[in-house]
Design a protein around this ligand. Structure first.
Ligand code: CUA
Length: 375
């Protein structure tokens, strides 16, 4: 059995072993008695044959009725009590909610109820000693979110929310074989426990438990990084999290995956059912948000999910990243003035609010590597 990192898990383990040892005792008792009788009453040592069988023993019958019945009731009672505790989702302000979204082929975690703007993929951050409610859903097919150290599991069903809760009471420890370059901190594992398709087996991830102040600081760092990162970095990260399982950016396309992103932008793409389209920004955006609108020739049978959970900035970043994979992408050349100069030369200060800001980050074309690296 895995470690027990929650009180519920300890109870489940206790009940598991309670039943286990009852079964062991019953097995040894029955088998032992059988072997004893086989030897004791074997025909060769008892030539006189069977004697008269006893007819009735009230004491014996009561014993073999009430002891097993009492054990059964105990098993039921302990398990029922824990089951109710496990299924009663705690409410109240001191319970923190994290959203869990399963999709082919990873898990997204949203912490907006704790630190706005914080989210993670394939790593679930949890505070130690605090009750956390997980609101679980799916973007596509049925998955199942399973945390073995907490001994809780819940289906992630498209179109509805399921809930489970946990309160971690210990921090994970480093594993002996842990690669510290790749995984610098200790973690537990979570799994997808419902066969959901081709890459079901890759829907695993880490549960990183932190002391509450560290937990909040980590979420704050994540939120800051997500908000402040240059657009192309956001795009690359979004690609790696959401797209890389099916779309390559160089080399041959993956079997069972989607078209390559290499030289997609500004090239004509053949469409399923005939026709062609020039892959511009609008086509890329539409294909992310509504993959079935214009299907690339030869990919009619591949089911790509839509990505309604992408933030506008992730979407913009992703489009920029896809454009950058094309040799027809021209890096923008607009020079952005730095703030000090801008104020000196800007004679329209009073209009600042009304006039569109030339440095607006929403303008994909204007955000480049070099500008942001210089900061
Ligand atoms: Cu998702 Cu199995």
């Amino acid at each position: 059995m895995p470690d027990d990192a929650t009180e519920i898990a300890q109870k489940v383990s206790w009940e598991f072993y309670f039943i286990y040892w009852i079964c062991v005792a019953a097995f040894v008792g029955v088998m032992g008695a059988m072997i004893y009788f086989v030897i004791r009453y074997r025909a060769s040592a008892n030539p006189q044959g069977p004697g008269k069988a006893p007819h009735h023993s009230t004491a014996l019958e009561l014993t073999w009725t009430f002891i097993p019945a009492a054990l059964m009731v105990a098993m039921f009672w302990f398990n029922f009590r824990t089951y109710v505790e496990m299924s009663t989702i705690p409410q109240g302000n001191d319970v923190w909610e994290i959203t869990v979204t399963g999709k082919t082929w990873n898990w997204d975690f949203g912490y907006d109820a704790i630190v706005p703007g914080a989210q993670s993929t394939d790593v679930l951050y949890l505070p130690k000693g605090r009750t956390v409610r997980l609101r679980i859903s799916s973007n596509d097919v049925i998955h199942s979110f399973f945390v073995p150290v907490a001994k809780v599991k819940k289906d992630a069903v498209p179109g509805r929310y399921n809930y489970m809760w946990l309160r971690m009471n210990q921090l994970p420890e480093f594993r002996e074989d842990q690669d510290l370059q790749k995984d610098p901190e200790p973690y537990y594992n979570f799994y997808c426990a419902e066969y959901c398709g081709r890459d079901h087996s890759t829907m695993v991830g880490k549960v990183v438990v932190l002391e509450e102040p560290d937990f909040k600081k980590r979420l704050q760092d994540i939120a800051n990084e997500l908000n402040n990162a240059p657009l192309d970095e956001i795009g690359q990260r979004t690609y790696e999290m959401q797209c890389a399982q099916c779309h390559v950016i160089e080399g041959p396309p993956l079997t069972g995956g989607g078209p390559t992103f290499e030289n997609l932008y500004k090239y004509e793409q053949p469409l399923e059912g005939g026709g062609k389209i020039l892959a511009d920004e609008n086509y890329i955006r539409e294909s992310i948000q509504n993959p079935k609108a214009k299907i690339h020739e030869g990919y009619g049978n591949i089911k790509m999910p839509a990505f309604p959970n992408l933030t506008e900035r992730e979407l913009e970043g992703l489009i920029l990243f896809i454009k950058m994979q094309s040799d027809r992408w021209v890096p923008p050349v607009i020079e952005r003035e730095d703030e000090g100069e801008g104020e000196e030369t800007n004679g329209e200060d009073t209009n600042d609010d009304a006039a569109p800001n030339p440095a607006d980050q929403n303008e994909t074309e204007e955000t480049t590597n070099t500008e942001n690296d210089a900061e």
